[in-house]
Ligand binder design. Structure first.
Ligand code: PMP
Length: 395
């Protein structure tokens, strides 16, 4: 315990200590965190569906029919009609042959990558891929080759000098930068070098592409070109869980091999029913995406006019680049004093020297909410120059 306590102290000194806030009430832009009323720009509920009355109603109505718990793993007796229907709905939504419902995106990435590659194979992974992809690669015991972020030419060189079974894995939308992977070019080099392309579209599903069908369809790519699509349901879809979509033989294979699918309790079936309701809203209502895109443009123009450095992102993930860990924390704390919540993201989640404030926008925000954020950022402008921890401590 002494060693653990020491490491915690070291983290505190380095500005890397992590804390949790206690949120009460529903997840929505104006919420209560640690007892304080705050306007939040931290959630991944990009379409504001986590608190939508139709989805809540669907869950409530489903409960008497399905009961509460998943009760068993899918392969024992937990695979419910509701899960089956959601899988068909997800296949249709993503325009793919079939889909498999996982309990979380983290589990989907671990399970899929470790099922697709093993000892003697090679997995190629973008340097900025999500932690669950990194962990899936490690778990697989395959050789891992990381390529520079979005650098298709570097990837192609690596693919050309590697033999054997090859899998390339990338985020569709990068979770900390908000940029979109060069999917067309990735699909082209994968085809040329006989590599299987896996795209984790956790942040693209619901937001990008025609009727929110994701980054792969935005890029106009077919199941043949991107055979393995992973998506999560706890972000824009507003419920919980994740899925893999692709050819039927892939789903059959994953049911045999993906340990995070096999050895875990099935998601409560009522959640699958609520997720179908949410997909209906996503498909039928382009208004939410149009409003969200207006907010993204409003934020970018306003923040850039204030002199803040943003990333080349057209998605709801809009990081404000700061650099130092303490400066990022100081800005986050100063914004909080103005009633606005934006989390500081520090290493190891992002590379050393690239601490940032990860602003995420949602269709549940109003124009006035974005203006409040910009107003608070304007008040805090002078803080960006902070380098000295004493100044930070004096806050
Ligand atoms: N993939 C990416 C790119 C993510 O950002 C996340 C979550 N932040 C996940 C997977 C994990 O999804 P879940 O939260 O459903 O476990």
């Amino acid at each position: 315990m002494r060693d653990f306590a020491l490491e915690i102290e070291q983290r505190k000194h380095a500005g890397l200590y992590r804390t949790r806030r206690l949120v009460s009430g529903p997840q929505q832009p104006e919420l209560t965190a640690d007892g304080q009323a705050l306007l939040s720009f931290c959630s991944n509920d990009y379409l504001g569906l986590a608190n939508h009355p139709d989805n809540i109603e669907a869950l409530k109505n489903a409960l008497p029919e399905t009961g509460l718990g998943g009760a068993a793993s899918h392969l024992v007796c937990g695979h419910h009609d509701a899960h089956h229907q959601l899988e068909q709905r997800l296949a249709e939504f993503t325009r793919r042959s079939s889909a498999l419902f996982f309990s979380t995106g983290y589990m989907a990435n671990l399970g899929v990558i470790s099922a697709l590659v093993g000892r003697g194979d090679t997995v190629f992974s973008d340097r900025l891929n999500h932690a669950s992809i990194i962990d899936g690669c490690i778990l697989s015991r395959a050789r891992v080759r990381r390529y520079a972020h979005g650098d298709v030419a570097a990837l192609e060189t690596m693919l050309a000098d590697t033999s054997g079974h090859k899998v390339v894995v990338t985020d569709g939308v990068f979770s900390m930068d908000g940029d979109v992977a060069p999917l067309k070019a990735l699909a082209r080099v994968c085809k040329a070098h006989d590599a299987l392309l896996v795209v984790d579209d956790a942040h693209g599903i619901g937001v990008l592409g025609p009727q929110g069908r994701g980054s792969v369809l935005e890029a106009g790519l077919s199941e043949d070109e991107v055979p393995v699509l992973i998506g999560t349901l706890g972000k824009a879809v507003g419920t919980s869980g994740a899925f893999v979509a692709g050819p039927e033989v892939l789903m059959d294979y994953l049911v045999q091999k993906a340990r995070t699918y096999i050895y875990t309790t099935a998601m409560p079936p009522a959640m699958a029913i609520a997720t179908c309701a949410s997909l209906n809203l996503i498909e039928s209502d382009d208004q939410r995406r149009a409003h969200l895109n207006e907010l993204i443009v409003r934020f970018r123009e306003g923040a850039q006019a204030l002199g803040y450095e943003l990333m080349p992102s057209y998605t709801p993930i809009q990081p404000i680049m700061i650099g130092g860990n303490e400066e990022a924390l100081a800005l986050s704390q100063a914004l909080e004093q103005q009633g606005v919540m934006v989390t500081a993201i520090r290493p190891p989640t992002v590379p050393e020297g690239q601490a940032r404030l990860r602003v995420t926008l949602s269709a549940a925000h109003s124009h006035e909410h974005v203006d409040r954020l910009l107003g608070a950022l304007s008040e805090c402008r002078t803080l960006r120059g902070f380098r000295d921890s004493e100044q930070v401590a004096a806050l």
